[in-house]
Design a protein around this ligand. Structure first.
Ligand SMILES: C[S@@+](CC[C@H](N)C(=O)[O-])C[C@H]1O[C@@H](n2cnc3c(N)ncnc32)[C@H](O)[C@@H]1O
Length: 412
């Protein structure tokens, strides 16, 4: 994997996040390079700049290396992007001081004079982002978007005109273009979150624009809901919660349980929070907060006091546009660490992903609970551990370390 970023006179060492995933993918793409080349060619001065959708911090690190004081606000929906950006700034000895970090629902500061963006995969989310910018940016502000040339067409340019202002695209370089949009100063109304029912579960679900399976139940989630585990669970994690449908149903099945919703996407975490409130799931007489909501990379920052007896997980098999199994590995391994002794990890996955190999490797057991032609529900139980494993005990706990060669063991 190439980690040497080199554009004009900028040389950086950039890695994806987490750093040690086994993949041949770079931490940046040609659209990042094109945006930086454009700034260099136009001799852009270091004015107050917002950077949006910077996957692993390539744009942020470039601007800070062009001028250590470049005033920056960095907005992302993905916790892993924020952590990756911090990692790359630190590795290149660039300062993260004074950077204003924003999630995907916080408005950028009104003083912003320039916006750099990468085009996200999800176009409704993109339209929503432009919409939000229209509420803050004064007329005449330059918004530069780096994108693959093949993603740019008349209808995309119309998305700009409708949501922010007129746009035009540069010539193609390395199969990418830079779109320049000049804001028209008209504030657009934000879209309302979609709301839809799951009548058989008596649940109402809302989804913010960047949430997985917006507007419908995922087929993996459906088979999971049809096969909820049996037991007297008291502390349950919905890992990679999306809109929270698995955790919400878990609370219906196990009213005495406390539910912890976790996702890399801030909009997902917020949707789960809204869905919890919408469905009024608190059980009378139970003490304390019955649901917590964490914006996190898997269980990396899980409160140490949380020792679940059940983890529900419908893992992602891609990071951005890249197909990868490192997140599933990390979710399974961190689940093993977090679970109480005797606790259960209940997983749904596409059959061809062969999650049973990973679970068997980490938990030393794995049972198939249900399957259909395409999906399989697997269960692994944490057994035989009296004490919580610590990093220093790793070699004696038999659990693979995220950096060990066990990552990617099922790859061809
Ligand atoms: C297949 S979806 C499942 C969503 C929901 N649980 C369901 O069943 O409909 C996977 C979820 O994992 C989240 N995710 C991806 N990478 C993650 C990470 N590193 N840490 C936590 N969640 C992550 C995605 O944002 C997405 O919501």
């Amino acid at each position: 994997m190439t980690t040497q970023f080199s554009v004009e006179d900028i040389e950086l060492e950039l890695t994806r996040y987490p750093k040690n995933q086994e993949s041949n993918l770079q931490a940046w793409d040609a659209a990042d390079e094109h945006l930086i080349k454009h700034l260099k060619e136009t001799e852009q001065a270091p004015i107050a700049t917002a950077i949006i959708n910077d996957n692993f911090g390539a744009l942020t690190a470039c601007l800070r290396s062009m001028d250590a004081q470049w005033p920056l606000a960095v907005e992302t929906d993905a916790k892993t992007s924020q952590l990756g950006t911090l990692q790359n700034l630190e590795n290149n000895k660039l300062s993260s001081d004074d950077i204003q970090w924003l999630n995907s629902r916080e408005n950028i500061p009104a003083a912003i004079e320039l916006v750099l963006m990468k085009l996200p995969k999800n176009l409704s989310y993109f339209a929503h982002q432009l919409n939000r910018l229209s509420q803050v940016l004064p007329e005449g502000t330059q918004v530069l978007i780096g994108a693959k040339a093949k993603s740019i067409n008349k209808s995309l340019l119309e998305v700009f005109a409708k949501n922010l202002g007129p746009a035009s695209a540069s010539l193609t370089w390395k199969k990418t273009r830079v779109i320049t949009c000049i804001t028209d100063g008209v504030a657009r109304k934000l879209p309302t979150a979609s709301q839809w029912p799951i009548p058989e579960l008596n649940l109402e679900i809302t989804n913010l624009s960047n949430v997985f399976a917006s507007g419908k139940l995922d087929i993996g989630a459906r088979i999971m809901l049809d096969n909820m585990p049996k037991g007297d669970f008291k502390s349950i994690i919905d890992l990679g919660c999306g809109n929270g449908v698995l955790g919400l149903n878990a609370k219906q099945c196990f009213p005495q349980a406390y539910i912890h919703f976790v996702d890399d996407s801030e909009m997902a975490v917020e949707s789960a929070r809204q869905n919890w409130a919408l469905n009024k799931l608190d059980t009378q007489g139970l003490v304390g907060e019955q649901a917590t909501f964490g914006w996190d990379d898997c269980l990396t920052h899980l409160n140490e006091g949380v020792r679940p007896d059940l983890i529900l997980c419908n893992p992602p098999f891609h990071q951005g546009e890249a197909i990868t199994d490192h997140i599933a590995w990390q979710m399974f391994l961190q689940s093993w660490r977090a679970l109480k002794n005797g606790g259960i990890l209940h997983v749904v996955g596409n059959r061809h992903l062969a999650y049973h190999v990973k679970l068997q490797r980490i938990f030393k057991n794995c049972t198939t609970v249900a399957s259909n032609g395409k999906f399989v529900i697997l269960q692994a139980q944490k057994i035989g551990k009296k004490a919580e494993p610590h990093e220093s005990q790793e070699s004696s706990t038999e659990a693979p370390h995220p950096q060990s060669s066990l990552y990617g063991a099922t790859k061809p």
